[in-house]
Design a protein around this ligand. Structure first.
Ligand SMILES: Cc1cc2nc3c(=O)[nH]c(=O)nc-3n(C[C@H](O)[C@H](O)[C@H](O)COP(=O)(O)O)c2cc1C
Length: 322
């Protein structure tokens, strides 16, 4: 029971003494850790697949461990066929009055934050999400009420399909996301040239992010979205530039897998960022690192354009077969 959910619940509990709290034993143990009020006199303990009839509504409880806390349980109202999905199918963002997903432009105004929410909060637990989706396949769902964001009552399959992709680490875009770190601008120059070469070769929807000005959560979300990732970093105190290192470690922590990766390094006296980036990425599952690592000594020279051509060609070739 996360404290953000619990806060709202506690307000209800303290304001209305007759309100009961339904949860499993682990939920109550966690509430006791966070709060001091008497939970035991209010607790109704339920377990996986148990039902609770409140009169008109019969609620069924389905365990969804690690989505994204260990005790997580979702609730299915068998009467109105509503899935109260906890954090699953949630999104960052505040409501603007409309509460249903079909009343807002979800694809253009909410999807980016829904992806950022999923990948950063739940992304590590793809197999657990798969288990929940399989359980959900067997029940008729008219509505999904998540704890965060709009309520789904139409086109639910569209959002479930996004969850299928995210939880199986399947890219949504067969295209290229470039994330770069550059102190003096030379690495940035190299990735700009690479991006133009990719565009000239017909690659569409290329995304490019400067890790110094983009929050890591946005790059994590985009890395889940794209099939091909380019990481380019200046060498920084014999290491990877710190923001880039954070991004790569974050991607590893979120279990990102099954991507094709290209690396560009830069350094003036001893470029090491390429080797170090390769080290982090090669510890991740099913990552295909292209051989054509480009190593820049301070600034890209005319004779290295060929190397960028070869890298662009390798990425384009790989896009064709993925
Ligand atoms: C704080 C700092 C530390 C650096 N440490 C290294 C280093 O350990 N090894 C190295 O070869 N270059 C190091 N450099 C130099 C840069 O990596 C190098 O100049 C690179 O070409 C910069 O690329 P950029 O123009 O994209 O920032 C360092 C630069 C700065 C500002």
């Amino acid at each position: 029971m996360e404290p953000d959910h619990c806060g709202t619940m506690c307000e209800l509990v303290l304001r209305y003494p007759e309100v009961k709290i339904v949860g499993n034993a682990k939920t109550f143990a966690m509430i006791r850790q966070f709060f001091n009020f008497d939970i035991d006199s209010r607790a109704v303990t339920v377990n996986e697949s148990e039902t609770l009839c409140t009169g008109k509504h019969t609620l069924k409880f389905i365990m969804a461990p690690m989505i994204h806390w260990p005790e997580t349980m979702v609730t299915y109202d068998t009467t109105d066929k509503i899935l109260f999905s906890g954090d699953a199918f949630g999104t960052f963002g505040a409501m603007n009055g409309n509460i249903f997903a079909d009343e807002v432009d979800f694809e253009h105004e909410w999807l980016k934050d829904a992806r950022r929410y999923y990948t950063n909060i739940v992304g590590k637990y793809g197999p657990q999400v798969q288990t929940l989706l399989k359980k959900a396949q067997n029940i008729e769902i008219n509505m999904i009420c998540s704890l965060h964001g709009p309520v789904w009552r139409t086109n639910i399959e569209w959002f479930i399909d996004k969850y299928q992709k995210w939880s199986t680490y399947t890219p949504e875009e067969n295209s290229v996301m470039i994330a770069y770190a550059s102190v003096y601008g030379n690495t940035e120059n190299a990735v700009n040239i690479l991006a133009l070469k990719l565009a000239d070769a017909g690659v569409k929807r290329i995304a490019m992010y400067d890790v110094s000005v983009t929050h890591p959560s946005e790059i994590v979300a985009e890395a889940f979205r794209y099939s091909h990732l380019v990481f380019a970093s200046t060498t920084y105190n014999t290491g990877i530039f710190c923001n880039m290192e954070t991004v790569l470690l974050d991607l590893k922590a979120h279990n990102l897998q099954n991507r094709t990766v290209a690396i560009i390094e830069n350094g003036t006296w001893a470029p090491t960022s390429g080797k170090l980036m390769r080290g982090i990425i090669s510890e991740m599952k099913d990552m295909r690192i292209l051989d054509n690592t480009v190593s820049i000594k301070s600034s890209l020279k005319e004779n290295q354009i060929e190397e960028l051509d070869a890298l662009a060609a390798a990425i384009v070739e790989s896009l064709k077969t993925s």
